[in-house]
Ligand binder design. Structure first.
Ligand SMILES: Nc1ncnc2c1ncn2[C@@H]1O[C@H](COP(=O)(O)OP(=O)(O)OP(=O)(O)O)[C@@H](O)[C@H]1O
Length: 229
């Protein structure tokens, strides 16, 4: 079977330095893979390249495929079926628009449905990420939510497009221990429910073990090993 995502020989350089050197990995449909390694190992640059979001400061080359599509690591186009959530996702929320409205917009873009249906879907998505009292919460702007609630809204936004692959870059790192556990459980349940594949960036081996079945280990910009459990 063809992997859902294949990355081969990723090289990322900036200011004349090779920061990522020949990284390769694959994720099968519905599979959950962790990208682990110490700070500075190249995890974020690797997923940035997969998302085509590295920006002009970097020179990046690789062979990258999503299903049968070849993608360019230097541009974010052609990523249908792929969604991302990261540690700082919450800052990308529009601070002056109610979170329910932001979600409904994504739903409408994807499904071309009416406003009422999009609003119902937005509430359902907020409930799906275990946000209590979704009906009331949808009317609030991001600043009126806690950090953990905002991170869940970001997860709901990522899942609103019904991705085949979710890339989660340290999605729980900024949260306290209890909220981290709850968010990891939600991620686990939602991926299982929808058969969504997961590429999880984490430096927390326990989170990797809880959520994934395989880990690719990075160090100093190179793959140094793989673990499966
Ligand atoms: N624009 C840049 N110029 C020079 N070095 C850079 C640049 N961007 C990133 N780096 C370096 O590239 C290396 C890999 O960075 P990356 O953010 O991918 O690490 P990471 O594994 O995600 O680390 P962390 O877990 O701390 O987020 C780091 O040593 C970082 O300092």
């Amino acid at each position: 079977m063809q992997p859902l995502l294949t990355l081969d020989d990723l090289v990322v350089a900036a200011s004349g330095r090779r920061l990522v050197d020949g990284v390769g990995l694959h994720v099968d449909a519905g599979e959950r893979v962790a990208l682990v390694g110490p700070s500075g190992a190249g995890k974020s640059l690797t997923v940035g390249a997969v998302l085509g979001r590295l920006g002009a400061a970097y020179d990046a080359t690789a062979r990258l495929r999503l299903g049968d599509r070849a993608l360019d690591v230097a541009r974010p186009t052609g990523r249908d079926g792929l969604a991302a959530v990261h540690q700082a996702s919450a800052v990308a929320l529009n601070p002056v628009v109610a979170v329910g409205t932001q979600l409904a917009l994504v739903v409408r873009r994807r499904r071309r449905c009416g406003r009422a249906e999009a609003r119902r879907s937005a509430v359902a998505l907020l409930r799906a990420v275990d946000l209590d009292d979704a009906e009331r919460l949808r009317r609030r702007c991001p600043g009126e939510l806690s950090g953990g609630q905002r991170q869940r809204v970001c997860l709901a936004l990522a899942l609103a497009s019904r991705p085949r692959l979710l890339i989660a870059d340290e999605p729980t790192t900024a949260l306290d221990t209890v909220t981290r556990r709850r968010t990891a459980d939600t991620l686990d349940r939602l991926c299982a429910q929808h058969g969504t594949a997961l590429l999880l960036v984490t430096h927390d081996v326990q989170v990797a073990r809880d959520l994934c079945t395989r880990a690719v280990r990075l160090e100093a910009g190179r793959v140094v090993g793989e673990d499966a459990w």
